[in-house]
Write a protein that binds this ligand. Structure first.
Ligand SMILES: Cc1ncc(COP(=O)(O)O)c(C=O)c1O
Length: 370
């Protein structure tokens, strides 16, 4: 059997299952990207930074001093000891988890966690316990059993997203931290979808809830509300030092170019002051959810990520196609991104969406999903 035959067979299977994916260009009003604050549509200031790449790992010449400024500013924003920039959220999650969690350790992971968390945990080779989404009883059962059987030197971890990217709900972080303390476990939180959008200065849910000092590390991406390439980990000085020495995803990859660091500095100044965008974002989300409820549609979650579960893959794709034909860029999300039988429309509300447009989207969604 040739390699191309193997690939073709798999692609045909995906088509038959209604799970085939293609790279569709952006068209219509953006209701699917994670540009929650609308920053991607606004130009960056002129920067006099040379437009060359670091052309080396951050451990070599890729470590422009601007990145140090960015990390100092990030640590200040989060009132934390340290921050470490990496090339993407995927890389940061995979690298952090694979480096910090050893193969003899035990880790609980929410079933709805992102692929980059799943892959990082696989790389760590630790014993994995997948608990039902946001189910504290299920989490505690696993923790208690792991705590009772704990071997010498074994560490326990809990990994969760703060705002779930495909569910639109938030993790019960206070309760998770309390459980972790009861069973002497460490908590790592992926703040990808919350960064920029929660808290007085927008630094995310962990800070908003005052949990920073009780959490081992948080992961943030620039690729969503901040609309800049790259990502970062917030942690202690010691953990940063350990990552710089051990994290293969930092050591063995080319640094982002320095002009990206200049974008970060500009964006960080802006996002901390931009309460107007944050307020609009949350107000738009609430209005959109109210409009959906008036037309009889019950989405999941409670925030600006609005998943409407339709169940069947083909049904979700057909509904998304009809919305796109109306000029709304809304995409269907299918397994394996979400569990089988829970294919959905995922609508992403932004700060700069016009309220009248959102009312029209709600009516269109009711129409295509009935
Ligand atoms: C929860 C979550 N974590 C991590 C990532 C990865 O971030 P990035 O797009 O920067 O690789 C994403 C987005 O794709 C995500 O949704």
């Amino acid at each position: 059997m040739s390699l191309s035959f193997r690939w073709q067979t798999l692609l045909d299977e995906l088509r038959t299952e209604g799970r085939y994916r293609d790279l569709a260009p952006a068209a219509g009003i953006d209701l699917c990207s994670n540009d929650y604050l609308g920053y991607s549509r606004q130009p960056h200031l002129e920067s006099d930074v040379l437009s060359h790449s670091g052309a080396a790992s951050r451990l070599l010449r890729g470590h422009d001093s601007l990145w140090e400024e960015v990390e100092t500013e990030l640590a200040r924003w989060h009132s934390a000891e340290a921050a470490l920039v990496m090339t993407s959220g995927y890389v940061a999650n995979e690298g952090l988890l694979a480096t910090v969690i050893d193969k003899n350790d035990w880790v609980a992971s929410d079933r709805a966690n992102h692929a980059s968390i799943i892959d990082g945990l696989r790389l760590s080779k630790a014993t994995r316990y997948i608990y039902l989404h946001n189910d504290l009883n299920c989490l505690e059962r696993g923790l208690r059993a792991a705590h009772e059987r704990r071997s010498a030197g074994q560490e326990l971890f809990i990994v969760t997203e703060s705002l779930f990217g495909m569910e639109g709900d938030t993790a019960p972080l206070r309760e998770i931290v309390a459980l972790a303390e009861r069973y002497h476990a460490h908590v790592i939180v992926d703040e990808a979808h919350a960064t920029g959008c929660f808290g007085a200065a927008g630094s995310g849910l962990v800070d908003h809830l005052g949990l920073r000092s009780r959490i081992l590390a948080t992961v943030h991406t620039g690729g969503k509300a901040l609309a800049v390439p790259g990502a970062y980990v917030v942690c202690s000085r010691l953990l940063k030092e350990y990552l710089v020495n051990r994290c293969r995803h930092l050591i063995y990859t080319t640094a982002l170019p320095p002009q990206v660091a200049a974008w970060w500095l500009e964006t960080l100044a802006r996002v901390q002051a931009d309460n107007v965008a944050r307020e609009r974002l949350h107000a738009n989300a609430q209005e959109f959810r109210a409009a959906l409820s008036r037309v009889g549609v019950a989405p999941r979650g409670e925030n600006y990520i609005v998943p409407i579960v339709l169940g069947d893959d083909a049904r979700a794709v057909a509904a998304a196609n009809r919305l796109q034909a109306l000029g709304y860029d809304i995409r269907a999300i299918r397994p394996p991104t979400v569990p089988p039988g829970s294919a959905r429309l995922r609508i992403s509300i932004h700060a700069d969406h016009a309220p009248e447009m959102l009312q029209a989207v709600a009516a269109a969604v009711a129409d295509v999903s009935s």
